[in-house]
Every structure is written in structure tokens, then in C-alpha cells.
Design a protein around this ligand. Structure first.
Ligand code: GA4
Length: 366
């Protein structure tokens, strides 16, 4: 099967707009209200004055560069991504591709220790860097989730909140993703990525390819065959929403992230290595009964410089039952928009669909 890498379509509008920047050091009640507002309006915001030490970020970044600088054959030792592990160009199991290579890691200590051996020549150093980074970003995620709960007025108890307790749980299913978007080389002959990719067929791919039996909404941007050959603007990671609760993203100083507040409109997010970009995931949209929005985003590999991003996806334990919070429902007036589901069920749905499909629609009550 031949799949062309997606490129943005001509009909798309790019809107210049800045994401809300939230200073975590200001008065707690103010921060919580600002966060709630940002989650309702954009589903995305940036945080400054977070307490993650710079050296923890720098150490993780250095380890990440160390891995991606290795020769391809060595990187393959950490692959294939099933879904965790090293992946190059293919995303998920259903034919999605992009100009990206990545390491997807479970945040579970045992599995990091195991994998480190295939990732680094100094596995202990790698494992320490990853563990420290995860501990810090999980702490930040928990703090933000507690502020959200306070801002929403649920529950009327002290932290940990209903949200943060899910990612604090020992069995949480959170992930760390390291993405490397290589610079686009303009000379076609030396480009590592010509216009068509042969999608390596594996038994998994064949089994899962194009499940059309669900009545989910196939998003219009599955343009796997368009003839826009603009190599300066290729899709690194195609449009999607994050399935989990909350995402904490840090990137180097190279842009590429764009969010889509409405269909066909893309807003570039300016890169800033000193801030974290935070976004609402599908599970949080469901738990807040649609008050918070899990917004579509994508990454373009449109630069001469390599982009590197590190994303922490805070997820509940597999067996957790996700349901809209009763506190946010008003019988007859504001009924539950989503059916209860377990995180395991939701994950299964996500992996049976394409990247750009609207997974949450499968769980809507109306
Ligand atoms: C998008 C968000 C995270 O990167 C991710 C991705 C996952 C993967 O790459 O394995 C998915 C994608 C993401 C959503 C739909 C499914 C699953 C690829 C894919 C086609 C790790 C996640 O949890 O969901």
C-alpha cells in the first residue's frame, strides 16, 4: 500500500492568536479561575513559573537528542512501536504517517528500566533522566488538575482531586512521548522522505486497516492522496485530539504545533522552551461533561531546524470507570453527554481508529 504524507490543504485558514499564558505563582483562586476559563475556551494554555527545575528538563532533552542522533539501525533496536517503543513515520496501527520519529514510553518504572537497555549505552543514566522528568511533570499535571477541580467547584474537599487521583494511582497508564521532527531537506534527491511512503505492511496493519463498521465521524482531512507538493509544510504529526486526561508538552525553540479551535482554522503555537503547553484530553472533556474541550492539534515539520518535543500524557488506570461528574450535571437541563466507559475501552477504541477520527463521539449519549 502506498500512502502519501499529509500536507495542509489550501482551504485552511491560519489565524494568528496567542494562547493564554497562566502564571502559576499568582494567587491560587485566581489561577484556578484562569485555568477553567482557558480550558472552556481553548482547551490549551501555557504555564509559566511552574516548579519544574530547568536541569531536569535539560537532562531529559540531552538524553532525547542522544537517542535520536544515533544511526537508524541502532534506533530500530528500541522498536517497533507496539505502541510503546521507537517508531519512525508510522503512527498507530491503521496507516497514519508523518514526518516524525519518536520514542513512546510507559511511565511505569519497571518498563522504563527494561527499555532503557535498548535505548541508551548508559541505561541507568537514561532511566534516571526519564524518571526525574516524569516525576516533575506528573507533579505539575496533578497541581493543574487540582486547580481545575477547585475552579469547577468539584469536589468540595481538599486535594487530591477526582482528576489528579487518577494519575497519582499506582496503576496509572500515563505515557511519555519524545518526538523528533527532522528538518525538511529541500533537495528531493537527498530527502529522506520522498513524496510517497511505502507503508510497511505488518499483520497488525492488515488486521486493523480501515474499520468502517463503526459509525464514527471520519474527519475530512484524510487527504492521503493530494497533490500539494509543498515540501516546506509537511505534516509531522497529523491532526488529532489526545485521548488521555491532560497533556503537558515541552518543545525546543522550533515551532510547528498548531491547534484547531474550529474546523479548517489553524492557530500556530509559538515555541518557548521555558514554558509548558498544557491541553485537555478526551477523558477530561468527558468527565467535565463537555465543559472543558479536547481540541484538535497537529505538528508541522516546516522548518530548517529540527524540532523536538516531549509530551507527558496523564492517563487513568485501565480499569478506571470514566463518567461525567455528577456535580456538573443538572437533570433535564444539563444531562450527561457521555456514556460511562473504562479507560481500557476508550484506548481500545482509539487504537482501532485513525489518528484524526473523533473517538469521543462513539461514547456520546445523544
Ligand atoms: C495521540 C496522542 C498520543 O501521542 C498517543 C497516540 C497514539 C500512538 O501514537 O500510539 C495514537 C494516537 C495518540 C490517537 C489514536 C491512536 C492512538 C495513534 C493512533 C492512531 C500516544 C495516544 O495515546 O493517542
Amino acid at each position: 500500500m502506498v500512502v502519501a504524507t499529509q500536507v495542509p490543504t489550501q482551504s485552511e485558514k491560519v489565524k494568528e492568536m496567542e494562547l493564554p499564558i497562566i502564571d502559576l505563582s499568582i494567587e491560587r483562586s485566581k489561577v484556578s479561575n484562569l485555568i477553567v476559563q482557558a480550558c472552556e475556551e481553548f482547551g490549551f494554555f501555557k504555564v509559566i513559573n511552574h516548579c519544574v527545575p530547568e536541569f531536569v528538563i535539560k537532562t531529559m532533552e540531552a538524553e532525547s537528542w542522544g537517542f535520536f542522533s544515533k544511526p537508524g539501525s541502532e534506533k530500530q533496536r528500541a522498536g517497533p512501536a507496539n505502541p510503546c517503543g521507537y517508531g519512525s513515520k508510522t503512527i498507530g496501527f491503521n496507516g497514519d504517517v508523518g514526518e516524525v520519529e519518536y520514542l513512546l514510553l510507559s511511565t511505569n518504572f519497571q518498563s522504563i528500566s527494561q527499555r532503557s537497555k535498548t535505548i541508551s549505552n548508559d541505561p541507568i543514566k537514561f532511566r534516571c533522566a526519564v524518571s526525574s522528568y516524569i516525576e516533575e511533570v506528573r507533579g505539575l499535571a496533578c497541581e493543574i488538575l487540582d486547580l481545575m477541580a477547585e475552579g469547577l467547584g468539584v469536589p468540595h474537599t481538599t486535594p487530591p482531586s477526582v482528576f489528579s487521583s487518577l494519575i497519582r494511582d499506582v496503576d496509572n497508564d500515563s505515557l511519555l512521548r519524545l518526538n523528533h521532527y527532522p528538518p525538511l531537506i529541500k533537495d528531493r534527491d537527498t530527502s529522506p522522505s520522498p513524496f510517497h511512503h511505502t507503508h510497511a505492511p505488518s499483520s497488525t496493519n492488515n488486521l486493523h486497516h480501515h474499520h468502517h463498521h463503526h459509525n464514527y465521524h471520519h474527519h475530512h482531512n484524510h487527504n492521503n492522496n493530494n497533490n500539494n507538493n509543498n515540501i516546506n509544510n509537511r505534516i509531522g504529526f497529523g491532526e488529532h485530539t489526545d485521548p488521555q486526561i491532560l497533556t503537558i508538552l515541552r518543545s525546543n525553540d522550533v515551532g510547528g504545533l498548531q491547534i484547531s479551535p474550529e474546523d479548517g482554522v489553524w492557530v500556530p503555537v509559538s515555541p518557548d522552551p521555558n514554558t509548558f503547553c498544557v491541553n485537555v484530553g478526551d477523558v477530561l472533556q468527558a468527565m467535565t461533561n463537555g465543559r472543558f474541550v479536547s481540541v484538535r492539534h497537529r505538528a508541522l515539520a516546516n522548518s530548517n531546524k529540527p524540532r523536538m518535543s516531549m509530551a507527558y500524557f496523564g492517563a487513568p488506570p485501565l480499569h478506571s470507570r470514566i463518567t461525567p461528574l455528577p456535580e456538573l450535571l443538572i437533570p433535564g437541563f444539563r444531562p450527561a453527554l457521555y456514556m460511562p466507559f473504562t479507560w481500557a475501552e476508550y484506548k481500545k477504541a482509539a487504537y482501532s481508529l485513525r489518528l484524526s477520527d473523533s473517538r469521543l463521539d462513539l461514547f456520546r449519549t445523544q
